[in-house]
Design a protein around this ligand. Structure first.
Ligand code: MRU
Length: 365
């Protein structure tokens, strides 16, 4: 990000008993900072998608466990109860479990007279700082791909297509899919992003477009079905998306519609890359289609649209009242359709060998 101090979650400077977030449901119309005072507030923020995006969901869970410890003495009982509730909140993004397990291990290893809240606070801060470093690592490696395309095109515009919001708003700063784009833009590359609208919650039109504009990155909003046509007409050089869970064989779950973009990219010989922090790898899973839990969300997200009407926030129904809805929030793109995985440690093939090569210390759980 041009704004290197940008954060999506932080401790209130003058009151360490309050965590602050940007209420992403109000963007792009309003920049509303909301206070999280209890772990239940944190849980609601994740569930209602005031915060969303795999890394930010994990970080919010960590901060929620800090609040649980803060308000419950140091017994750790409230932390364990909050952890169980948080784990139920959003099933697909594995960062949630990763962060909760990390904090629980800390709580389990704490001595009785330790300041548990203080320990968890330090670790929640560490999770956020590490995420920024991880995203920057992804950015540097992904930049090499964009550099190569730019050279091949003699400096002409590099067109990136992305789906959902795998940007700064989905992480702590920089984003995963957007980090290479921000670095390329900072380096003066002629770059342009096709932003998929990403129905039903419009993370593309409401969040990705907002943050690209804020950083001065040229972009154009398209409806979700436009990508294939643009690819057929040579207007997409590379697709980069994020992921909510990646199996050890390289299958990736991401926002619904990602799979169709991968199919269209494959048919058109366009590289399809997935940017991922290692915190989104689920080493215990092999077959993403069979094993990754897919979140089903409220049908109102499909039957209703929200926006601003004459300056006032408005939500209205676009369907007949009784229309049945299946609101599947994520899909799985099989590894065979993924050109490569961009991680903080480098780029690898979407395969067990590729991931094991970059993360040799990990073995299947
Ligand atoms: O439902 P959301 O908005 O939480 O879904 C977010 C995505 O699908 C992102 O692409 C993914 O979490 C990667 S974020 C770096």
């Amino acid at each position: 990000m041009v704004d290197e101090d940008f954060r999506t979650i932080w401790l209130k400077p003058d009151d360490p008993a309050i965590v602050q977030i940007i209420d992403q449901r109000r963007l792009p119309h309003e920049y509303d900072v909301r206070e999280i005072r209890t772990w239940q507030d944190g849980l609601a923020a994740i569930r209602d998608m005031a915060v969303r995006g795999a890394p930010l969901i994990g970080a919010t869970a960590a901060w929620s466990l800090y609040l649980a410890a803060l308000h419950d003495g140091d017994s750790g009982e409230s932390v364990r109860h909050a952890a169980r509730e948080l784990l139920e909140s959003r099933p697909t993004a594995v960062n949630l479990r990763w962060a909760v397990d990390r904090i629980l291990q800390l709580a389990d290893s704490a001595a009785v007279d330790d300041d548990l809240a203080g320990l968890i606070r330090a670790d929640a801060e560490a999770i956020c700082n590490e995420d920024i470093e991880i995203c920057l690592g992804i950015g540097r490696h992904g930049l090499s791909l964009l550099d190569e395309i730019s050279h091949r095109k003699g400096g002409a515009t590099v067109n990136v297509l992305t789906h959902c919001n795998a940007g700064a708003l989905a992480t702590i700063n920089w984003g995963t899919a957007t980090a290479p784009v921000y670095l390329a833009h900072q380096a003066g590359m002629d770059i342009h992003v096709w932003v998929d609208e990403t129905r039903p919650r419009n993370q593309g039109s409401q969040l990705t477009a907002w943050e690209l504009a804020r950083n001065g990155v040229p972009h154009t909003l398209i409806v979700d079905n436009a990508g294939g046509h643009l690819m057929q007409h040579g207007q997409v050089d590379i697709v980069i998306t994020g992921t909510d869970r990646t199996t050890r064989r390289g299958d990736v779950a991401n926002k619904i519609g990602t799979y169709l973009k991968a199919l269209a990219a494959f048919d058109n010989g366009i590289p399809f890359y997935v940017a991922l922090p290692s915190t989104t790898i689920d080493w215990s899973m092999a077959d993403g289609v069979a094993e990754i839990p897919i979140e089903q969300r409220d049908s109102r997200e499909v039957t209703h649209l929200s926006g601003v009407l004459n300056g006032i926030a408005a939500t209205f129904r676009t369907t007949a009242p009784q229309t049945p809805v299946n609101n599947i929030a994520f899909d799985v793109t099989p590894a065979r359709l993924v050109t490569g995985l961009i991680t903080e440690r480098g780029i690898c093939s979407a395969s067990e060998e590729g991931l094991a090569g970059l993360f040799p210390e990990r073995t299947a759980a």
